[in-house]
Design a protein around this ligand. Structure first.
Ligand code: BES
Ligand code: ZN
Length: 872
């Protein structure tokens, strides 16, 4: 590997004010030509103008001095390929304080890597291959489309023009200002867009191609459109409704209106991430935007609402106020992740989305952040591959969790006040994490900066131990300690870690409402809670809001059991208790059998999210116990645990059942198929037959259950039947569902076929990774998928240069192994074969494998005995 140069940010002696860019794409040979005139200010005398450029050729650099009218040609143009910069050298130097226009021409290619300016393929009306041109610039790929100061703090305005075929839909951040003919061409025209507000380069976007749209005006007067591939117009209806309703909501919440005249949401057939918040032109993977009333599942509806809400939140948080550098990425992503839940809770209260926040966001953040190879929320980053790497569960999920904790700590009124202050103060500019704290501190009068610094600057989170509890009159006196939660039981906890923790308590008289709150700022603390009677229990962290784990002595934990059984404790608290115990199991601080015993208390559970948490625990146990000789018994245990809820939910939707009941059915039946429940698999087989014959279509919510169910016992003909469905569908959601189910098949030969299929022309690059991951979910599949990854390493490196897809692939084909041999093998492989942007993921995987191994050794026998005694 080439030596990496130390990273440096661009020199600040020259600042861009406005880019006037014209781009002419050629979809015949996938190249483009560009020219631009950049208005500049020279803030310090210099011979050089350095900006970013990558995979471009640049010609004819000329500086026009505004004052003198002199035109100075650049002596030469120098590229630095590793640093992705281009330097224009002038002699004599450009004077400090002068203003001028730097003009240049450039060429590039419309690549197929889903970054920069790239092409997305679709089939034309006669089955021929056709291409749309789209851009994805975040984090550092605007420089692949036009030379620019590609750093978030170097904001400028943009005048964009595109020379394109007249019949193509042509979009950019702003509305079209004018179209004009191109001399010498009948079929091309120049489309010019209005000037953008001052903004960062990573938010610029272009879309050129075949689309249809539907539109509406939001009540605050913004023109909202959803662009879909031809023929899929109606599938944009749901997202259109969400975006038109959320803009006025955010306007009210932040106290600032959306500043652009329009917002377009575009479904892109090939997309690396899920969606991208380009200002005024938000791009989406089809599965994150399109909803078909018949073909889409409830969970996908909910997902689309979250994604639309998330990207819309960025219009304020990210676009209007932008992080000063990528170290503060979490300001964008953590905050938008928090707000997407506000949005969905507002628009769809029946989703009870804040409870789902705990399973989807909170627990995932804790699961990653307990590793030695986690990282602080604020993390120094330089090179593009380091930047790519922090779009992870820490920036997004832990970021959202600490915002939620802060929101709870200062209250909604002060939170809104502080947000408005922050956004107003820094609008059209940039901000550091401290700026957010300062505004919220001003609004609330609470020590926000001091408290929050302990959560963003240190990695990990605390374990709070309840050391003792006693009654003193009408007071409950509780002794607590904090230390860093460590999953590796052999590691000594690091005494230097220390958090300022907003603590809250509730009691059995009203488990849903905190009766006492305080700030814990030391290693240990005695808390005196007034007005608690002797026979009441007291629980920490009602609502599961504080970003920490709690360990109770067994006799206190036991007091909660009736409240779980009788569902007196709210769902978030029931599942929070379970997950804390499970985390202690994984870290060896209590035995696995204790979580199994605790699960007994959930026999009569009916809440979707609680079952989702139980399911998470069972999946993790299943991954581990696949490597024991009693895996079948564990599956029987699982069937028993889920049996009464399975009977309750059945296969048929009840009239008028809730969104969450529908999701519960999917969850429970899916679990039953993985536990090998014969009745469920039989029903799945029956339903697939009816579906394929056209007798009765399976409703969208049950398709994954059926597909995975039939495949889990299926042979080649089952596999072929599913492939046929895959080919017949033109909906990405359906293809994705099938693709992600294929790995459920057991026969190793067929698993290899699935892997070949995953990288064939039938599967888009954006989807391959998920098909491969599905193979890696079982013990047999995992080995096959890992070997497949190794055999095809060059292909993957070439397909996914940096970015989230390769990291996911690496994570999921490695992290669930359980032996030291595999840990060493994975370690060695990635030392010999580097995949830039996956370095931390690799370290996390290796750590996970070792943790799995010690967990299995620790508890394997105890679990065997336990399963024997419960008699299945
Ligand atoms: N800003 C991101 C898109 C992005 C992700 C760009 C990674 C570059 C690298 C966008 O706002 C986002 O967060 N998208 C999410 C979906 C969201 C609902 C969690 C995504 O793509 O996964
Ligand atoms: Zn985002």
């Amino acid at each position: 590997m080439a030596e990496e140069k130390p990273f440096q940010r661009l020199p600040t002696n020259v600042t861009p004010v406005n880019y006037d860019i014209e781009i002419t794409p050629n979809f015949g040979d996938f190249t483009f030509k560009g020219s631009q005139k950049i208005d500049l200010l020279i803030t310090a005398e210099t011979k050089e103008i350095t900006m970013n450029a990558a995979d471009l050729t640049v010609r004819n650099g000329v500086f026009l001095d505004n004052a003198s009218g002199a035109k100075i040609n650049a002596r030469h143009v120098e590229f630095d390929t590793p640093l992705e910069t281009v330097k224009f050298v002038f002699d004599p130097p450009l004077k400090s304080g002068s203003a001028g226009v730097l003009s240049m021409e450039f060429d590039g290619s419309i690549n197929d890597k889903m970054k920069g300016f790239y092409r997305s393929k679709f089939q034309g009306p006669n089955g021929e291959d056709r291409y749309n041109g789209v851009t994805q610039f975040e984090a550092t790929d605007a420089r692949r489309c036009f030379p620019c100061w590609d750093e978030p703090s170097v904001k400028a305005t943009f005048d964009i023009g595109l020379v394109v075929e007249k019949e193509k839909v042509t979009l950019s951040n702003m509305p079209v200002k004018a179209t004009s003919p191109v001399s010498g061409s009948d079929n091309l025209h120049l489309v010019q867009f209005e000037r953008t507000p001052i903004m960062s380069t990573y938010l610029v976007a272009l879309v050129i191609g075949d689309f249809e749209y539907i539109e509406t005006k939001s009540t605050d007067g913004v023109l909202c459109r959803v662009y879909t591939p031809p023929g899929k117009l109606e599938q944009g209806r749901f997202a259109l409704d969400v975006v038109a309703r959320v803009l006025p909501y955010y306007k009210e919440y932040f106290g600032i209106a959306y500043p652009l005249p329009k917002i377009d949401l575009v479904a892109i057939a090939d997309f690396s991430a899920g969606a991208m918040e380009n200002w005024g032109l938000v791009t989406y993977r089809e599965t994150c935007l399109l909803i078909d009333e018949k073909q889409s599942s409830s969970s996908n509806r909910q997902w689309v609402a979250l994604v639309v809400g998330h990207e819309a939140a960025h219009m304020w948080f990210g676009n209007l106020v932008t992080m000063e550098w990528w170290t503060h990425l979490w300001l964008n992503e953590g905050y938008a992740t928090f707000v997407e839940f506000l949005c969905v809770d507002h628009l769809f209260p029946e989703y009870d989305i804040w409870t789902q926040f705990v399973t989807e966001t909170f627990i995932r953040a804790l699961e990653l952040d307990c590793l030695e190879n986690s990282h602080p929320i604020e993390v120094p980053v330089g090179h593009p591959s380091e930047i790519d790497e922090i779009f992870d569960d820490i920036s997004y999920n832990k970021g959202a969790c600490i915002i939620r904790m802060l929101h709870d700590y200062i209250g909604d009124t002060d939170f809104r006040k502080g947000m408005n202050l922050y956004l107003t103060r820094h609008q059209y500019k940039n901000a550091f994490t401290e700026d957010l704290w300062a505004a919220l501190e001003e609004a609330s009068g609470k020590p926000v900066g001091a408290v929050m610094g302990t959560w963003t600057k240190q990695m990990g989170f605390p374990l709070i131990r309840v050391l003792a509890s006693r009654q003193e009159g009408t007071n409950r006196v509780i002794e607590l300690s904090q230390e860093k939660f460590c999953t590796d039981p052999c590691k000594k906890t690091d005494g230097n870690y220390h958090w300022m923790i907003p603590l809250t308590f509730c009691s059995s008289s009203n488990p849903a409402k905190p009766i006492y709150s305080t700030l814990m700022d030391s290693q240990s603390m005695t808390v005196t809670i007034p007005n608690v009677s002797e026979n009441e229990w007291v629980k920490l962290n009602p609502g599961t809001i504080g970003f920490y784990r709690v360990q109770y002595p067994p006799e206190i934990l036991e007091q909660f059991l009736p409240a779980i059984q009788q569902k007196v404790l709210p769902p978030v608290d029931r599942l929070g208790l379970l997950d804390d115990v499970f985390a202690l199991v994984q870290s060896g601080q209590t035995g696995t059998t204790n979580v199994l015993k605790l699960l007994d208390a959930f026999k009569d559970e009916t809440n979707y999210t609680v079952w989702s948490s139980i399911s998470n625990v069972m999946s993790k146990l299943n991954l581990l116990l696949q490597y024991t000789d009693y895996h079948d018994q564990f599956k029987a245990y699982g069937r028993k645990l889920f049996s009464s809820i399975e009977e309750k939910v059945g296969w048929e939707a009840k009239p008028d059942e809730s969104h969450l009941d529908t999701m519960l059915r999917t969850l429970v039946l899916l679990r039953m198929t993985t536990f090998g429940h014969e009745k469920t698999i039989e029903e799945a087989n029956k339903r697939l037959k009816q579906h394929v014959s056209g007798e009765k279509t399976i409703i969208a919510d049950l398709r994954t259950v059926v597909y995975r169910g039939v495949l889990s016992v299926g042979d080649e003909s089952t596999y072929n039947a599913l492939l046929k469905l895959y080919h017949e569908s033109n909906m990405q959601e359906e293809k994705d569902r099938i693709g992600r189910s294929l790995g459920a098949i057991k026969d190793p030969e067929l698993l290899r076929k699935v892997l070949e299929f995953s990288i064939s022309n039938d599967v888009r690059s954006q989807d391959s990774v998920f098909v491969i991951i599905s193979v890696g979910m079982s013990k047999t599949g995992r080995e096959i998928a890992w070997n497949f990854f190794k055999e095809n390493k060059e292909l993957f490196r070439e397909r996914y240069p940096g970015g989230g897809l390769i990291s996911r692939l690496v994570k999921y084909v490695t992290e669930d192994f359980v032996t030291e041999e595999m840990a060493t093998e994975v370690e060695k492989f990635f030392i010999e074969n580097s995949f830039p942007g996956t370095e931390r993921t690799v370290q996390q995987s290796i750590e996970s494998i070792r943790l799995n191994g010690s967990w299995l050794k620790r508890d394997e026998n105890a679990v065997r005995q336990y399963l024997q005694t419960v008699g299945l």
